[in-house]
Design a protein around this ligand. Structure first.
Ligand SMILES: Cc1ncc(COP(=O)(O)O)c(C=O)c1O
Ligand SMILES: N[C@@H](CCCC[NH3+])C(=O)O
Length: 414
């Protein structure tokens, strides 16, 4: 089910006209659908309803407080990678007892913050981090609940920049060192072993890499049990892909059923860290065509949105569908949809068949994940507004930045 559909040739987000929202709040603009966020989260939760589990939404995908709050109200846990994300979860009403803390470079201050708040688990990524966390917990008189992120060395078959489960990637502890590091963790006084985790990459559209990783991780868990190290949960990470174009990633039902089958009768709680699968197709990025330009080779639609607002096309050559907000029957041409930023790489889409004129609105679909969160102020462009729709109601969930905010905190020399 799609909550971004045409009504009488005009694009709607749930019951709200996208053209009206753009008129009221200006462009560029991110628009999210609450119903879609909820449906996607529930799809995960229902898929494992009969097994002990925790869905920890990956905050990095879209960390707006309203997004986190919508998911917190459903009972979501959260996967965080910084003290900033932890603070957001708390500010959004999330339960810290359902937070897992991932990331290769946690600082002492972040460890202290998370220990004082009392999170569910630290996903420890190296021996050095293990020793440091033990020290920090000891100084606070606390015991840190931990999982070790093990790198299963499987090829996720995704873009090299978002593949994380190969030995050559910086993430996790190598499989051949894992048992030794677990033994060390068990010996350290201020740590309590809870689980094992892995995350092999993002935008995976096939089951096989997940299953390969699962097999290796379960074999490790079985070996640990033989050596008296009891694992209570297995955190399978995130990474489930979404359809941007014609990809057909497994539905959470299919994905979870396959993992549960592999799990067999092992009494392990399963933790999931989906980000993209929940947020990507819950959002669109709306931009206005400023002008058209053509030469003998190409036609360009120059729009007011740019790589600083939505960087995925520039950074990963990611393809996201670009659709008109108002359908017309005028002839269409092939355009590169480009922004005003002074970089050749500043484009939202290339070779798109569109029928557009200056002043028309375009919507870049699948922009709810890794969209606004990766925005910058490059070229001194204020970050855009974000709106959430809920049926025929809508709410500005982040205001468009004002020009003065561009230099907030900057100081002139005396
Ligand atoms: C540890 C961890 N968990 C979860 C995620 C979320 O990934 P995705 O958005 O692909 O579900 C990421 C990002 O890839 C991650 O690094
Ligand atoms: N930012 C990436 C995903 C990164 C995943 C981070 N663990 C994307 O847009 O596809």
């Amino acid at each position: 089910m799609d909550h971004f559909t045409y009504q009488q040739d005009s694009l709607f987000a749930e019951g709200c006209s996208v053209a009206e929202l753009a008129k009221t709040h200006g462009t560029p603009l991110y628009i999210y659908s609450r119903a879609t966020l909820e449906r996607h989260w529930n799809a995960f939760n229902n898929a494992v309803a009969n097994h002990p589990h925790l869905i920890c939404y990956a905050v990095k995908a879209n960390s707006n407080l309203a997004v986190l709050n919508v998911l917190a109200r459903l009972g979501s846990g959260f996967d965080i990678v910084s003290g900033g994300e932890l603070a957001r979860v708390i500010a959004a009403g999330g339960d810290p007892k359902k937070v897992v803390f991932s990331g290769v470079g946690k600082t002492i201050a972040e460890m202290e913050q998370a220990l004082n708040i009392g999170i569910y688990c630290f996903n420890v990524e190296s021996s050095a981090e293990l020793e440091l966390l033990n020290d920090v917990a000891g100084k606070l008189g606390k015991v840190a609940p931990i999982s070790l992120r093990v790198n299963p060395d499987v090829d996720a078959g995704t873009h090299p920049y978002i593949s994380t489960g190969l030995k050559e990637n910086k993430f996790g502890i190598a499989m051949d060192e894992a048992e030794q590091v677990f033994a060390r963790a068990q010996a350290l006084p201020h740590l309590a072993i809870k689980g094992v985790d892995c995350h092999i990459g993002s935008q995976l559209t096939e089951m096989q890499p997940f299953l390969d990783a699962m097999d290796r991780m379960l074999a490790l868990i079985d070996r640990l049990a033989v050596n008296g190290i009891e694992i209570k949960h297995f955190d399978v990470g995130g990474g489930l892909g979404v359809p941007y174009d014609d990809e057909t990633p497994p539905h959470p039902d299919v994905y979870a059923a396959a993992l549960l089958e592999r799990l067999g009768d092992r009494p392990l709680k399963l933790i999931f860290e989906p980000g993209r699968a929940i947020a990507a197709n819950a959002g669109i990025f709306v931009t206005e065509v400023l002008s058209l330009k053509e030469n003998s080779d190409k036609r360009f639609a120059i729009v007011d949105g740019a790589m600083n607002d939505l960087i995925r096309p520039s950074l990963y050559s990611a393809w996201q569908n670009i659709i008109p907000v108002q359908l017309t029957s005028a002839p269409s041409y092939e355009y590169d949809v480009v922004g005003p930023v002074c970089e050749t790489g500043d484009f939202l889409g290339k070779n798109r068949q569109l029928n557009v004129q200056a002043g028309d609105l375009l919507a870049v679909r699948s922009s709810g994940a890794y969209g606004f969160v990766m925005a910058s102020n490059y070229n001194s462009r204020p970050r855009v507004a974000e709106v959430m729709v809920d049926q025929d109601l809508h709410q500005v969930i982040r205001e468009r930045e004002k020009l003065e905010q561009l230099w907030q905190g900057e100081h002139l020399l005396p």
